[in-house]
Each structure stands twice: as structure tokens, then as C-alpha cells.
Design a binder for this molecule. Sequence first.
Ligand code: FES
Ligand code: FE2
Length: 444
Amino acid sequence: MTAQDKISRYSPEFDVAVRGDTITADRYITREWMELENKHLWPKVWHLGGVLADLEEEGDFIRHNFGKESVVMVRQADGGVKAFYNTCPHRGNRLVLGDVGSAPRLTCGYHGWQFDPDGTLVHVQDPDDFAGGNPCGKVTLSELRCDTWGPFVFWCMDDDVAPLHEWLWPYTERLAGYKLDNWVRVLNVSADCDFNWKIIRDNFNESYHLPTIHPELATFINDGLPTTVFEMYENGHNAMWMIGHQATSRKDYVSGDVPPGLYEAAEAWGIDPKEYRGRTADIREAVIKAKRERGAEAGYDYSTMTDQQLVDYFHCTLFPNLTITMSPEQCQILRTEPHPTDPEKCVFQHWCLYPPNAKMAEVVTPVGPAPLRHDAIHRHSVYGDGVSLGFVADQDLSIGTTQQQGLNSRGFKGCLLPGQEKRVQRFHEKLNDMVLGHPTKARE
Ligand code: FES
Ligand SMILES: [Fe+2]
């Protein structure tokens, strides 16, 4: 057994061997890498385009700008959703310029061509002036794959990628108990950031930074290695199941008073934290019991969730750039997307969805309280301008720019990872396979 095996927390059935490829700096800083990703990576995965709540009626649409690309998803007469590239077949003007909207026809702002929600061209100026005759009814918008899961709409540029529900494996199954279908996106914030999109992907692929970047989480999430389960899947996704409602085992929080954070979490379920002095780890079980007994009274439906789901945090990282962090009362979507032209910039997005709850008019989001309604908080900012993207997300983003700067140094020789960061290693090896088509040399 190697030293790495000894400290590995990967569940044996969901472990993937890694080769030790060097995680090179060029992938974070060069245009060549960015172009290779545009060619070999982004077309080969499903992208989360938006939420169905924005697509209630026929003709409702959402636009998703992604790097240099832009995609429009439109609700159809038959209730389905279609996705189109946001480009006019006439001379290429972008058709849709807003994030969300509704119109019986999509109309190009240049020469006024009009398209039905199913993408068919239905109106042009001077229809008789075309050599092949009136193009209406013959020309259509360029369509791409589109599918839905729970409250989400996804699109994909490539016909060979597995169908969405297969691609999402194992999360369709693993997250079924949360019954996400009717959850409401309350928080929808994003920001332009000065670092490559993979900087934050790496961050979400490890929990090694928790004690240093998020010290306050340690009082109610047990990030200690012995209890955290990591899983990696062949398809590139990975997960981390972290014990919640329990303080970290990295320090002795058990034998003394109940630390803040955990104290409040206990009180929220009518548990007297003072009774747990000297045995703070037992609060988790008490919360499970309280949620089972009093969940319905509080307006929650916990009936299909496992005990673990009631109290723990399930972080699902979908290859390459989407993270879904689940608790029974909140679904967080955290994502970075590439800048259209600059490899040293990205867009960070943070959504939070909440289960509908007749007893609650308001929820506490990572940026503060908000009414429990669709997109109650919706804004875009520039990171560093002092607009919060959520307390914990702000902490994660705080290292982005300095890491980007450090990666530009001639002195950086490639990442040097502990065993618990194996998901970061795996991510880059999968990336090497897709983007470069071969491994990078092992780190010396
Ligand atoms: S480019 Fe769209 S109508 Fe001319
Ligand atoms: Fe973090």
C-alpha cells in the first residue's frame, strides 16, 4: 500500500486510477489551450442553459451566452423546448439580445427576418427577390440538442454526446430524493472574473482549502478526512459527501461547548445545544430525528430523502464546469464559463434554488434574505467591485486572481497535489485526453 492509498478517502467502487500527468500552467493562460478547448471540449458536453421557470408559455425564451457562442432556448407549442444558435441565417446578426423574454416570433434587428418558435423562417422583406424563391417555410434557425432535467434546461452542440439523462449519471438517481422539479431559483448572480475558468473548477474539485479559506464552515461541516467520502466516475464527474451538522474532526470541537454555526443549526430544529456540551457530534442524529418528526410542520417534504440527505452536503461536480451542491433546503449551482477571447478571464455564476414551502415567504440566500420567488435576486457584476456573490463563494473567488498571476511565473513547474486532491488530478487528465488527445508528461 502506498502512502497515497493510506490517506485516500475514495470509495473503492468509485475510484479511478490516475496517471500523474503534469498539470501545466499553459492550460490556464494560453490562447492555444483556449482554442483547443473551444474545439474539443465545449462541444462535447451538455451545458446548463437555464431554468424551466423562464419558459412557461409558447414563445418564452432564454438566451445563454457561452464564450463566443450564444444559444437561445424556446418553449414550443407542444410543451417541448428547442435550442437554436443565436445567429440569423441571413447575414449572421444575433437574434436575441436579452437574457430572457417572450415573443410570438423571434425577429432579427437588422433586416427584420422573423422566425416562429420552432425556428422556421416566416417573414422576410421582399420575399420575391431571392433567386430560389421565397425562403419562408424553407429556411430554419440552426438547431442544437436540448433536453431538460428537473427544473433545468440543457443544450449540447454535438450529436455524438450521450443523451442528457445518461450523461448526468449518477446524479439523476442520486439526487432523485430531493425532488428538485419544482424548486425555485431565488438567487441568480454572476460576475466577470480575472482568472481562467479552471481555477475555480479546481477549487470545487477539492476540500483541502476548507480549513484555510472557509475556517468558519468547520463549526458545522465535518471536513475532516476520515468522514468525507469522495467518489470519481468514469464519465469525468465526481462527488464529495461531507458530513453536515457536525463540526470538523480536524480540531477538538466535540468535548467542549457546541460551536457557533452548529449551535444555530441545532436551535433551528428546537434542539437545546447546551444539552450537547461534551458530545457535540451527537447533534447530527438529533437533527435527523427532528427533521423526520417536525419537517412537515415546517413546510418541508423530507419523505423521499435518506437520513444522510437530511443533514449532509452532497457536492456533485459535473465534468467539466458545473457544480451542484445539495442540502435538503438548498440547491446551489456554481459554475465558471470561459471568456469569449481571453484565457485569463471567466464568468462565474451562482444560482440557489429552494423547495417551495407554504410556511416560508422568505429564504436566507448566500447573499442575505430574499423572498421565495423566481430570481428574487438577479444581477451581474464585475468581481472586485464589492458586490457579493455569496459569502463562501466570495472566499473561493478571493484566491482566483492571485493564483492566475502565480501560474504565469516561469518558476511554476506544475501542480504538486496531496492524495485528497485526486479529483483535481483526474479532472486534468480527462481534460488532457479530450483537449490535447494525449497525456502530459508526468511531473518530476
Ligand atoms: S442579418 Fe438578420 S435579417 Fe439580416
Ligand atoms: Fe470553497
